[in-house]
Design a protein around this ligand. Structure first.
Ligand SMILES: [Zn+2]
Length: 451
């Protein structure tokens, strides 16, 4: 094992250049990260608090309070940043179900920054603007149950949950809309998260029906607090959740964000959590992941549960400077991904006679890693591909080799059973795509005939 890695390290440094050297930084992404402002995020959070509640059942006809005023204000903010942003309400008629105690119209607020050369490819970034202050009553049987109208009427400032994510989405739209990207970036403030991920679920269902080409969703939910209820505090890292298996498309997005964020904002760690979300809790990335889109959740490790879903989730109990650090990390991830070529494809041919399956990754003559991949529509500015490798137990890619503009590459004397291999596309400016990994399909038990 060690010998093989040494060999590869040699290969990487002697023959293929930039494998071990620090990657150059894209000045546009550096500028974007530096322009994310904690003052602006704080202003947005303070404004969101003034609506008193953004509960989906709150007032829609009051000019200054309730969900109606809040969504109009969010849309107006998007519009004020740049006329290039196409702003709309994504409206749905949600039927009574689950926590939703009666029919209600819900509006996601969407701002689209059209991509220049590959507008059909989309990078999504989201938070949810709706809030809840859970209010309970006793039912006839003397059991505690959610009081629907009481909850709808209660003050629910939701400055951290998820005014912080909403402020991040607005700040990202403000800064990124001053630039151009290859791919389309969609900024979304979801509705009805608190009642069961309804706004995101309906958006994701429509996106799947439209066959939207969503490369990734970066969902920011609860990125506002930096002190826990038991007195721990940290401004040094954020948790990024991604679903299993270990080389799922969502997991590649999480690794991608870590790589981009830590290069553009050194000292602020992306703590990868290999789990779809926190125990027993959900978020707006989940419907996307369930429908086959790559989606991650960005969330603070420093939660204060006594403020969550109560009247004390206020500006006084949030930390805009921490939210700005997280927003900068997200900015690096989405700006790099929206600038990068699309990922190559790895296609496993259908089963053929005499073999279980023909693999795009083989041992070649016996002891090598022979990889092949496809690219149905290579970009004009594509420089080529980089092959990446890690131990199966390593969280992030450990080795990288630029292999040129080829669709097949052999790493000699690499035992494919010991490592995970992947491939990504790189353009002439050094922007890198998501990694497509070589994976093994799960073993399928077939019916065994006996006599
Ligand atoms: Zn939330």
């Amino acid at each position: 094992m060690t010998k093989r890695f040494k060999l590869l390290l040699l290969l990487g440094t002697c023959c293929f250049g930039w494998a071990e050297s620090p990657k150059p930084l894209n000045p546009q992404i550096q500028a974007i990260v530096s322009q994310i402002s904690s003052d602006h995020i704080a202003e947005t959070q303070q404004k969101l608090e003034t609506f008193q509640t953004r509960n989906i059942f709150s007032a829609t006809d009051d000019p200054v309070h309730g969900v109606g005023a809040a969504r109009e204000w969010i849309a107006a903010q998007f519009k004020s940043y740049n006329p290039k942003l196409e702003v709309s309400f994504d409206k749905h008629r949600l039927a009574k179900q689950g926590r939703a105690f009666s029919n209600v119209e819900i509006w996601n607020v969407v701002a689209v920054l059209k991509g220049t050369s590959q507008p059909q490819e989309q990078v999504l970034v989201s938070g949810h603007y709706d809030t809840i202050n859970l209010t309970y009553k006793q039912n006839e049987k003397g059991q505690r149950e959610l009081d629907g109208p009481g909850t709808a009427a209660a003050i629910a400032p939701g400055v951290t949950d998820d005014g912080s994510g909403t402020a991040a989405v607005l700040e990202l739209a403000r800064v990124l809309s001053q630039y151009q990207f290859r791919k389309t970036i969609v900024f979304i403030a979801f509705a009805a998260e608190e009642y069961g991920l309804f706004g995101s679920g309906l958006y994701a269902q429509d996106a799947a029906a439209r066959h939207d080409h969503i490369e990734a969703l970066f969902n920011n939910d609860i990125i506002g607090s930096n002190v826990t209820g038991n007195g721990e505090t940290s401004n040094r890292y954020v948790n990024v959740f991604s679903e299993d298996p270990n080389d799922s498309p969502s997991r590649q997005v999480a690794r991608y964000m870590k790589s981009a964020a830590e290069r553009y904002q050194p000292g602020f760690e992306i703590n990868l959590v290999f789990r779809h979300d926190r125990f027993g809790r959900g978020g707006d990335h989940s419907p996307f992941a369930a429908l086959g889109f790559a989606a991650i959740r960005v969330t603070t490790p420093m939660e204060n549960f006594s403020n969550q879903h109560t009247a004390t989730d206020t500006f006084a109990n949030t930390a805009p400077k921490y939210t700005a650090l997280v927003t900068k990390a997200t900015a690096a991830g989405i700006a790099e991904l929206a600038s990068a070529p699309h990922a190559p494809q790895i296609k496993t041919p259908p089963p053929t006679e005499g073999r279980a399956f023909a693999s795009p990754l083989t041992r070649g003559s016996g002891y090598d890693a022979v990889m092949s991949w496809q690219n149905d529509s290579p970009e004009a500015d594509l420089a080529g591909y980089a092959v990446v490798m890690r131990k199966t137990t390593s969280p992030t890619w450990e080795r990288e080799i630029f292999v040129g503009n080829v669709n097949r590459f052999t790493l000699e004397n690499v035992n494919i059973d010991e490592v995970v291999l992947g491939v990504k596309a790189v353009d002439k400016d050094g922007n890198e795509s998501l990694v497509t990994a070589f994976t093994t399909p799960p073993y399928q038990q077939r019916k065994i005939e006996t006599y």
